[in-house]
Write a protein that binds this ligand. Structure first.
Ligand SMILES: Nc1nc2c(ncn2[C@@H]2O[C@H](COP(=O)(O)OP(=O)(O)O)[C@@H](O)[C@H]2O)c(=O)[nH]1
Ligand SMILES: [Mg+2]
Length: 351
């Protein structure tokens, strides 16, 4: 996820910048009063423009949540709160319009005055009101400052990429699998909704870049153990995941009996009705059950090619080549990473 928002200034900083720039502006005229008028007017206009430009930039740079893919909407709601974000953006827009109107009116007024004192008074009054409007949205600017920090540090998860999520109880071998079947070292990142580190790996399916997520704290325990934020995060995953690899550990060396693991599987399956599932049993190097499930050893690499085949088959069905958009094709940006032929092989490439 990439949001590029420029640093947000505090109310004080915006005021200092606008008034500071305006203080350097002067207009010349032989006539003393004329000079006062023109100078006051250009100062007021300068303040108005700086405030308008600054605040408009913030308004443009924050994503408009209504048009975002559901995954981003959910993540923004979890991390910063959609309603609070809208409220703060609304507030700075209000301040911008009030400042502009006040300053423009004053700029028009000063040129119609003939008393030096009066000109100064009108200018100062407009400055004072501007200062007060901006101070009234001080907290909103602070909120946006924090929101920017959070948005800019979100992990780079893209809803437009085909997405595989690995689920299963702790210690069954999920992280091991992610590191084996995706780009060498999965990028370890911190999600806003879990304090635990998350692995994001990538692989290429033909020309298309796919992401593989390990989501500790979310799909590794029963629903009733999740807190509210985790529940919301699971709902965000719903719009993201195309395929869930559910990993069992029949050796039970993970510390969870198979009965519990089966229950977790059923629960997660019912939570993700539109998502494809692959069931795998890991640690086949230690012990294998007599179930029909695919047996793998993430540690020793056993049957990982078969698993990749299954992933490829499911994703290819969900993402037919005909529907591919140019912007999905990462190799266009970096031709070195392009596999020889599209969709002929399950490529693992370092990213
Ligand atoms: N014997 C064996 N151990 C494994 C296998 N896969 C993972 N492990 C071990 O199981 C433990 C938990 O693995 P990890 O990937 O951290 O599990 P996660 O909590 O599900 O992410 C680690 O000590 C791994 O080395 C496997 O296929 N065979
Ligand atoms: Mg793990």
């Amino acid at each position: 996820m990439e949001f590029k928002i420029t640093p947000i200034m505090s109310a004080e900083e915006i005021i200092d910048k606008a008034f500071g720039r305006a203080s350097k502006r002067r207009k010349e005229s032989k006539d003393r009063v004329e000079r006062k008028k023109k100078t006051a007017s250009v100062k007021l206009n300068t303040v108005a423009h700086i405030i308008e430009d600054t605040i408009s930039r913030y308004e443009d740079e924050f994503p408009s949540v209504e048009t975002l893919p559901k995954f981003y909407f959910d993540i923004i709601d979890i991390t910063i709160g959609v309603d609070d974000l809208k409220k703060s953006l609304g507030a700075i827009n209000w301040a911008k319009r009030r400042c502009k109107r006040t300053l423009m009116e004053a700029a028009r007024k000063v040129v119609s005055l003939d008393e030096e004192e009066e000109i100064e008074q009108v200018r100062k009054q407009a400055y004072a009101r501007t200062d007060s409007f901006l101070k009234q949205v001080e907290e909103n600017l602070e909120f946006l400052k924090e929101a920017r920090r959070k948005l800019n540090s979100l992990p780079d998860i893209r809803p437009e990429h085909p997405t595989v999520v690995v689920a299963g109880y702790p210690n069954v071998g999920k992280s091991e699998l992610v590191s084996k079947i995706s780009s060498g070292k999965p990028k370890i990142d911190v999600y806003p909704f879990t304090t635990r580190e998350v692995g994001i790996g990538h692989f290429f399916l033909g020309y298309r870049k796919c992401q593989l997520l390990d989501t500790p704290g979310l799909l590794d325990r029963p629903k009733n153990e999740r807190n509210d934020i985790e529940k919301q995060a699971v709902s965000a995953l719903e719009s993201l995941a195309d395929l869930i690899i559910f990993m069992f550990d029949p050796t039970e060396t993970c510390g969870y009996p198979m009965k519990d693991q089966e229950e977790l599987y059923e629960e997660i399956k019912s939570e993700f009705p539109d998502v494809a599932f692959i069931e795998v049993e890991n640690k086949s190097d230690l012990e294998r059950s007599d179930s029909e499930r695919l047996k793998i050893s993430a540690l020793e690499g056993e049957n990982l090619e078969e698993l990749k085949e299954k992933i490829k088959e499911i994703l290819n069905k969900r993402y037919p080549m005909e529907n591919i958009k140019e912007e999905d094709l990462e190799y266009i940006k970096d031709p070195k990473k392009a596999p020889e032929e599209p969709f002929t092989d399950f490529e693992e490439l370092d990213y």
